[in-house]
Design a protein around this ligand. Structure first.
Ligand code: GCB
Length: 623
């Protein structure tokens, strides 16, 4: 969720107003929007601000709130240091310790493992403004509430821990020494998204890359391209320019491999819609053949490259069609956690390990739970031929009737779609996980579905639901939200949280729609062996999953499975000594990378589906 705070007071005083600001209400603050989100960031001209940042742990928000509990206008954003021996300045970034960015604070400082609250970050950097260039400060993600200042002036504020935001800083940067200060607060709140109760670690900090993005005065801010139809090979979309010459300007699309080049003229808002035809030799993106094409946009002084894939996606009855053919989504759920040990994952190397495990499992699909993962993860999955379910953290018991909560959830959804809409492998936007069946929640979720559809009609909408009724031996999926979804998601835990799958021998749905079993699983401590009736043994996990698979095979409309979960992950809710010790143990792989026996069971299940040996109803997915 994006806000921008700029006040007259802030722009007038850099250092001299500290006393004033500490002792007066922060009057005159006005909230306006952050800069529109710039996309295709990896291909931009970037100045990387990752690396060492000084930090100050500030549980009482002393750097932001004065002694009358009013917001100061500048506080620690001024990055002051005492200039005279008698001067009182009660903080000093320069002599404070450092964290590595990107990265969470919990795993970098043992004293902060469980810390939730405010931490300040500061980085000095040298910059040489280039004539005629505009500069935007971009954060891949800061969890959860970030207020950002550059050279002593607050420039923006953002809520939501898993989506990017940016702000223009052209006017603030100076030749030579500059500094950026971020106040990050990851305190959980009832009205937040996610709310105060969730089953993962609330990793705080600047958890993704930080860049300065340099662009010409008028630049290509965003674009959307997609294949509309297989037969006609029509490719359409839009491109958005930003800057003084954005309106009624020429913009060119090139796809060099096709020797394709076409010009369009933007409208009064700097946007051009287009529709072109791909050549007959167009190769489609698919998990078996994740073909990407170089694409180039040219507008005035700006040139922007990307790699894009083309495919179609639809639902027909109980089938999901990729490029016109029914597919089964052989998936696994993944949290954004480093493959070995804990901590937020934030780079391509970590992604590659996680996704390689998914490939070894026989996957063509991953459910990236329960929030948008970083952009490199999506791009790596796209190159490796893994389709993606992407989700926003509307999880469990959100503050359904709070308009600010809905606005926040919508904004996170918009930021996610804006960033990833050109990734061919993203096939599902999920609007939430295990939300209760109440009229307020239905309204809330319907608003999210509507928002997603209005931004992107080329993907499927889903949500992870729950069964609500068990009649005799049949579990029924009849959540009213199912009516609004293209694909049903459902989480079940027979044999772990309830009676075994063998006792619920049938699974039924009131909808004639494809189903993804978005969670099922059991916990096991890797290397702990015993009887299959003894909890926490690998044998127990294996048996439960085996029973689940027996049930899954009977569901004629099942079109995907994403067992919970690829790797053990940290969760403060998992308190049992020895077996859990703060870890959710439902991983098929342990926190140290050991594959549990259940890994091989799922792999066999997927082999049987891919070879056509296991079918669902009359639908097989063999070669
Ligand atoms: C669920 C949640 C997931 C939990 C999992 C569990 O239903 O969707 O976030 O981690 O169960 O392990 O209980």
């Amino acid at each position: 969720m994006r806000m921008r705070i700029l006040s007259a007071i802030q722009s007038l005083c850099i250092t001299s107003c500290l006393w004033l600001s500490m002792h007066q209400p922060a009057a005159g603050q006005q909230d306006t929007l952050l800069a529109p989100l710039i996309t295709d960031v990896p291909y931009r001209h970037l100045v990387n601000l990752d690396g060492s940042w000084h930090y100050i742990v500030d549980p009482y928000q002393t750097g932001y709130i004065d002694y009358r509990y009013r917001k100061t206008t500048q506080g620690f954003f001024l990055n002051r240091q005492a200039q005279r021996p008698d001067e009182l300045v009660e903080y000093n970034f320069a002599t404070s310790p450092v964290f590595q960015v990107p990265g969470d604070w919990n795993t970098q400082q043992p004293a902060l493992t469980y810390y939730e609250g405010t931490v300040w970050y500061e980085k000095d950097f040298l910059y040489h403004p280039r004539p005629g260039k505009r500069v935007f400060l971009y954060f891949g993600a800061v969890n959860y509430h970030a207020v950002v200042g550059v050279n002593g002036q607050i420039v923006g504020e953002h809520i939501g821990g898993f989506t990017p935001f940016d702000m223009e800083v052209t006017h603030l940067l100076r030749e030579g020494k500059n500094f950026v200060v971020v106040m990050d607060d990851n305190t959980r709140h009832k009205e937040a998204v996610p709310t105060n109760n969730f089953d993962w670690w609330n990793y705080g900090g600047i958890t993704r890359d930080v860049y300065l993005i340099e662009v010409p005065q008028t630049f290509i801010q965003d674009y959307f391209i997609h294949l509309d139809d297989l037969r006609s090979r029509i490719i359409s979309g839009w491109v958005q320019l930003n800057g003084p010459a954005a309106a009624r300007s020429e913009v060119q699309l090139q796809i060099p491999e096709w020797h394709f080049s076409q010009k369009f003229i933007t409208n009064g808002q700097g946007k051009a819609y287009f529709s072109v035809q791909a050549p007959p030799h167009l190769q489609l993106w698919s998990p078996e053949h994740p073909r990407l094409y170089q694409l180039v946009w040219v507008a005035g002084e700006d040139t922007l490259r990307d790699e894009v894939g083309f495919r179609t996606l639809s639902v027909q009855g109980e089938n999901i069609l990729l490029n016109g053919k029914p597919i089964f989504l052989r998936g696994v759920s993944i949290h954004e956690e480093a493959p070995f040990g804990g901590g937020r994952a934030f780079n391509k190397g970590q992604d590659h390990v996680l996704l390689t495990w998914a490939k070894e499992l026989g996957c063509n699909f991953v459910r990236l739970a329960h929030y948008p993962h970083h952009e490199a993860m999506i791009r790596e999955a796209e190159r490796m031929g893994l389709m993606v379910w992407s989700e926003i953290p509307v999880y469990w018991t959100i503050d359904w009737t709070n308009p600010a909560t809905l606005a926040n959830a919508k904004e996170q959804l918009r930021e996610e779609i804006t960033r990833d809409k050109n990734r061919a492998n993203v096939i599902i936007w999920s609007v939430g996980n295990e939300t209760p069946r109440t009229p307020e929640r239905l309204q809330f979720m319907q608003a999210l579905v509507k928002e997603a559809r209005s931004m992107d009609s080329t993907r499927l909408i889903s949500a992870a639901l729950q069964i609500s009724r068990v009649q005799r031996d049949t579990s029924w999926l009849d959540d009213p939200l199912g009516a609004d979804l293209d694909v049903l998601g459902c989480n079940i835990y027979p044999g772990w949280y309830g009676p075994s799958a063998d006792e619920q021998a049938r699974f039924a749905s009131v909808y004639h729609k494809p189903l993804i079993m978005s969670e099922f699983g059991a916990g096991a401590l890797a290397g702990y062996h015993g009887d299959s009736t003894q909890r926490w043994t690998e044998e127990f996990q294996y048996r439960v999953l085996n029973e689940d698979i027996r049930l899954l095979k009977t569901i004629s409309f099942l079109r995907g499975t994403t067992p919970w979960i690829l790797k053990d992950f940290r969760s403060p809710k998992r308190l049992l000594p020895y077996f859990q010790d703060g870890w959710n143990r439902k991983g098929l792989v342990s926190d140290r990378g050991q594959k549990k026996e259940a890994f091989y069971l799922i792999r066999q299940f997927y082999e049987d589906i891919a070879s056509g040996k296991t079918c669902f109803g009359s639908q097989c997915f063999g070669p």
